[in-house]
Design a binder for this molecule. Sequence first.
Ligand code: DWN
Length: 399
Amino acid sequence: MKKEFLDLGRQPIANAFLKEKDFDDEFLFDLKVVFDTESKLISIKEFVDPERIFNENYPYTTSNSFPMVKHFKETAEMLMKKFNPLTVMEIGSNDGVFLKNWPNDYTIGIEPCGHFAKITNDLGYQTYSEFWTTELSEKIKNDGHVDFDLIYAANCICHIHDLDETFKAVKNLLSKDGVFVFEDPSLLRILERNSYDQIYDEHPHIFSITALDNILINNGLKIFRVDNLSVHGGSNRIYVSHLPVHTFFRFRPVEMSVRENLEKEYDFGLNEFKIYQDFAKRVNKSKNDLIELLTKLKNDGKRIMSIGATSKSTTVFNYCEIDESLIECITDTTPDKQGMHSPGSHISVVDRESVNLNDYDYVFLGAWNFKEVIANKEKDFIENGGKFITHVPEVTVFS
Ligand code: DWN
């Protein structure tokens, strides 16, 4: 049974930045969150058609967040050393930040956003510009790619509605000794840090190790290791192999990290509905605290802007009904977001260089997951008495 515990209101597509002329035709949906009492999976109640999200207009590029470029280079080097895979496939290869670390002869990508698939194809990585399905998996096999020693996906698997279909398609192409490694935001970290803004259309599911272990076993796959990462405000990297039902598949012992994470989640109460009702109360308080703070500062004549036109801030601004009357503009390093308006709240998004931060008194951290990087870049602003605002883990002003 799916029990609803959180309502984040009418929300737009988180990355559908738009021009003023398109305001009236903007797609909105009810962003509600449910708990599956059987699998313990957390999902949004109403899924949005992926074609509406991941298409030629999708603006998010990993390479515009340089800390992520470093993260994926180090991840590739670690996986190369640990598993020495000959054949590699990445599901959700975006603009190729991870793929680029591998030789392009036995490495392929899957990327439904055609403009990104063109980038990696031009770099010599065969890239299928399609959504990940069992049909595509079979097609790739028929195209001569027998199987893969490493199947990798970052911030992608939690973006796919049908997880059984997803894992069946992976199992179909995973070599007998192969490893499937994927990383996504951690449900436990989201509850610990009240980072409710990780919930938006692109994230139909928010993963716990508990829920994933249940669903993967049902699809003949087994988690043998978990790394807890700091990226994106707290993510899990999950290592999966075939369920060793018979000797054909290589047996990979389940490492302590799996039990430790399952116990941490159990002790925190992730299997109980009550923990989500408590979370919803904290989210509501976070909303009231943020609106109260921004309104007071505006009434005191202060000027506020935001750094990072993130998907996360789309959820915050629309849930808290924040618009240009409170936050004058948002800067972002992504060219395709600049000159547009933010989804739903319609706040102008501009290039960082076009803004003199010292004209403002406060900066809201839309990209709070890059707090240190941004605070470091904006030392002048702090030295001139500027202050930052964040809502994670609580609404706070800092400098
Ligand atoms: O899961 C997802 C993650 C991987 O990325 C996707 N569904 C969508 C997207 O989510 P997000 O938009 O919340 O991700 P980021 O990585 O927090 O976005 C950071 C944004 O901030 C980018 O648009 C780039 C921008 N930025 C900036 O303007 N100045 C980033 C840095 C580091 C900066 O200094």
